[in-house]
Design a binder for this molecule. Sequence first.
Ligand code: HEC
Length: 130
Amino acid sequence: MQIRWNRSAPRAMFALAALGCGAAQAQDLAAAKKQFIASCGVCHAIEPGAPPRQGPNLLGVYGAKAANVEGFKYSPGLQQADWVWDGARLDAWLADPNAVIPDTVMIYRQADPARRALVIAFLKSIGKQD
Ligand code: HEC
């Protein structure tokens, strides 16, 4: 019995997460936030009203138009971007910002798709609310 439980536990956790079970989701989000703070927190605040660091405050960036944070001085290229940040846009951006906007001043890349997915899940959870 013990062995059977151990084997099925990860699958059960996955099923719970897929169903949007509160506890599993909260755990996933905690991991996602941790990844965000570690990878992005030096340059991006997320607290409401917090001033920009090297980059703009990212609260609500998911679902918002690019280069839309008031008072932040974006690179000319990003200023002209005319898309809304969604999962696919963010994934390409985090994999290689320079490939998206050649003159961007965001000096960061994340080669690991799993880490990008975590960060994007977190941004979605604090995304634009309307
Ligand atoms: C070394 C500092 C630095 C790190 C680390 C960094 N960024 Fe940035 N980020 C910037 C800067 C600077 C800009 C503005 C780029 C421009 O104007 O071209 C920016 C812009 C952005 C934008 C566009 C914002 C908008 O208003 O359109 C997003 C989205 C973003 N970063 C996400 C992230 C995420 C997610 C991470 C972590 C995985 C991250 N960044 C890590 C500095 C950083």
